[in-house]
Ligand binder design. Structure first.
Ligand SMILES: [Zn+2]
Ligand SMILES: [Zn+2]
Length: 331
């Protein structure tokens, strides 16, 4: 049997993939811990990439019953394909489960007590066994193909009646671990997992860097993989630097505007002629456009603030020269 417990706080799932009743005390040693993200990606991988090999497994088993292929030989036939796909924990679990089912269901055909009687009833026995095995495949496929089982937003209505939802409580001197005993196709596991995801305020997101799916909060932009976190940090720092630079630009521009305003005020106080004032305004416009062009260049290419400051200084000098000359001539 398979035991599991979902830890919402840590966002992990502990699974004991296979254990007998009399081994229960050692369950925690056999436990494997997966993050929510790992479970999500294993599930997506099974549902997206393993259906063909799973169907091949079904076909091989079905004809195996007909041809009296012993389970050892069956394992030899499908062995390499199963091994190749056992990086997916769900595939591994199901294929083990079905191999055992094949052995049990096929027993009257593969290892009959009375061979003559088996020969005589072969067709009928195979029919029954195949129907039984097919039922197990169907249960798994139904569980895996039903979108509602993987509805992490918990919007759909689900009514599940699990007649025998069992717990395995393992209590020793210093532990008290409560596992759920999973049903074979893992139906309740899927329900519980998706609800735990929902309850933790997570949803399926796509990482902006590696484009893998992960479970994140509303604002999450990238997955927890090291390289993605590093890339995200790099971008963030770059944005901070840019922001700081932009605010430096703004400060220099404000200072420039104030400088020009003050110089104009000097002229007004000295009561220079309106003709000179007009000339000043023309010059002001010209200088401003030089500064604006430089600013745009700085923003576009992220140039150092000193570049803008240099242009501003030059234009301030032009403005100052005009003002000094106008004041001198006004005396
Ligand atoms: Zn995607
Ligand atoms: Zn990523």
């Amino acid at each position: 049997m398979l035991l599991y417990r979902i830890n919402e706080k840590d966002r992990t799932v502990s699974i004991v993939w296979s254990i007998n009743k009399n081994e229960l005390l050692s369950a925690s040693e056999k436990e494997q811990v997966y993050t929510f993200d790992e479970i999500l990606s294993q599930l997506e991988d099974f549902r997206n990439n393993r259906s063909e090999i799973f169907e091949n497994l079904r076909i091989t088993m079905m004809s195996g019953l007909n041809e009296r292929i012993k389970v050892q030989d069956l394992v030899k036939n499908v062995g390499s394909a199963v091994i190749q796909n056992s990086d997916n924990v769900f595939f591994k679990y199901y294929s083990n489960l079905l191999t055992i089912a094949y052995m049990n269901i096929g027993e009257p055909i593969l290892m009959p007590k009375d061979y003559v009687k088996e020969r005589f009833n072969h067709k009928k026995l195979v029919e029954t066994a195949r129907a039984e095995l097919q039922k197990q495949f169907d249960e798994i496929l139904q569980a895996m193909n039903d979108e509602r089982n993987f509805d992490y937003s918990a919007t759909g209505e689900i009514l599940v009646a699990t007649p025998r939802s069992q717990l395995a409580v393992i209590r020793t001197e210093n532990t008290n671990i409560v596992y759920r005993v999973a049903d074979k196709p893992l139906l309740t596991f899927f329900y519980e997992f998706s609800f735990a995801v929902y309850n933790a305020g997570l949803k399926v997101c796509e990482c902006r860097f590696c484009h893998r799916h992960f479970l994140g909060t509303e604002e999450a932009v990238c997955c927890e993989r090291e390289e993605c976190l590093a890339e995200n940090k790099r971008l963030k720092n770059q944005m901070i630097r840019e922001k700081r630079k932009n605010s430096d630009y703004t400060r220099d521009m404000d200072n420039y505007t104030a400088y020009v305003r003050n110089k104009k005020k000097d002229l007004r106080i000295a009561k220079v002629s309106p003709y000179v004032m007009d000339e000043f305004d023309d010059l002001k416009k010209k200088c401003k456009s030089v500064v604006d062009i430089k600013l745009a260049e700085c923003v576009e290419f992220g140039l150092p603030v000193a570049e803008l400051a240099h242009t501003i200084e030059e234009q301030e000098a032009v403005i100052k020269a005009f003002r000094d000359k106008a004041l001198a001539e006004n005396r």
